[in-house]
Design a protein around this ligand. Sequence first.
Ligand code: HEC
Length: 517
Amino acid sequence: MKKLGFILSFLIMGSTQAQTWSGEVAQIFYDKCTACHHPGGAAPFSLMTHAEVSPLAAAVYQCVNTGEMPPWPPDNNYQQYQHNRALSNTEKATITSWLNNGAQEGSAAQTPPPPVYTSNTFLGNGDLQVQIPTYMSKATSQDDYVCFNIPTNLTQNRIIKAVEVVPGNREIVHHCLIYLDPTSIEATDTIGGNCASPSNGSTKLITGYTPGATPMILPSTDPLKLGLDIGPGSSIYFAMHYPMGSYGLYDSTKVIIHFYPQGITNVRQISAGPLLANYNFNLPANQVSDLNAFYPPGGGTIPSNFSVLSVFPHMHLLGSTIKAYAYKPGADTIKFVNIPKWDFMWQDFYFFKYIQKVPLGYKLKSEGTYDNTANNPNNPHSPPQTIYSGFNTTDEMFLTYFHYLPYQPGDETYDLEALISASLTDYPLHDNSSIVAYPNPTQDALTLAFPLSLQPSDLIYLYDVNGQVKLKLTPEAGVSQIHLGTENEEWLGLPKGVYFVSARVNGQLLSKKLIKF
Ligand code: HEC
């Protein structure tokens, strides 16, 4: 934790009217911080309430202004992604000015109701669960990187439509990468704490877990059904990262896989793989070096159109910048990702808001820089040593993974976020709450029945699965029911998907999950 006296040097009075937690600030924390910072969440402390945030004012000020929090390495001016975690300039200015003006709470009763976090799985129990054995972290003064290859025991081919990674111990799983090993060729490696990647090209990265991440959910409803085949003899390969200081604590992370029903047709098969890869390099000590990779690797251009869903750049501790794009002389560059400040701790698949069409005749390229000098605080060697391409954390890698598939006309026009939200109605989501909703799931109208009578001043919000407020409901005095769709017609205009009602009524927090299909 940073020094808490820090804030005193920033007590400059702003000219605008002072913001308050209940007025402007809580909602920004709900949108951008609490997905990780809630009780039982991935971050080391909760930032759900004024009482929790105000003692950390100095640390919050610093993290927000350095851009360290929320963690979101990609440059949003380069490309747009789903689940963008970054603060907008306005949000940053609001938090800063609120802190500068004494971090006032305002009226507690007017604090918007917080988003609802389900403590368990997001998508339910799924069709296949693959779990690593209970492992004790060995991370004392260095992080512990270990790999497990666990058979799926599948007896027939299935098509994956979603994968959820459930950390066994959210406090110690800093990140984890999940690969599909179709022939169980990989080995478990828990010796030495230095295993960062599988060692065979046939083993494909399919998803990752970083704290606060939502599961990988493919659109599974018309007009776009996407899937990934998995068959008998396959294993799931887990590359686990346990941070320094977690020594002696136990984890048993699992993945929960959801399949399409057997016999389904019209599912378009996606591929996952490091199209951009360079395994043939060394990085001399005390130098900053550049690396490139191309696809097709042997020269030439891509022979047919394809559609790209996501990008995942991968380097180890010496990485400092990475960029990936597709280009063709005289044509527009197709931008995938630009990470101006690489952070090994916060790697992710970035799913595009819109599918990126890469026409035939283009070439893919990635550019990376590596800082193998003593100025790089993450350099694992002091003094620096020449580093080679390799699978250990202390070796280096230069890869960019993609999820992609052959292009079909119209692919670039799909709103992926909306299609994924609509696909969520396929999943039985667990629920335990105090508001009764019927019918639920519903196609149109729905009644919410509250356990007590409501007042117009009560705050009743409807959040989508990304924690964004979609509706604010104002009850009439004395009622205990709200009819969505008849009284609140905006409900009918919301896309299909999963929503949470969250209400602050008479000082109590109440919640309910709703499904619109
Ligand atoms: C994706 C998950 C995630 C999100 C979103 C997130 N944090 Fe964090 N935060 C963490 C984790 C994990 C840590 C622990 C340090 C680390 O691992 O980087 C942390 C640490 C912190 C710290 C302590 C930093 C220090 O230097 O010790 C502060 C303060 C903080 N977060 C504030 C925020 C604020 C404010 C927001 C929203 C604007 C936010 N965080 C959003 C995951 C998150």
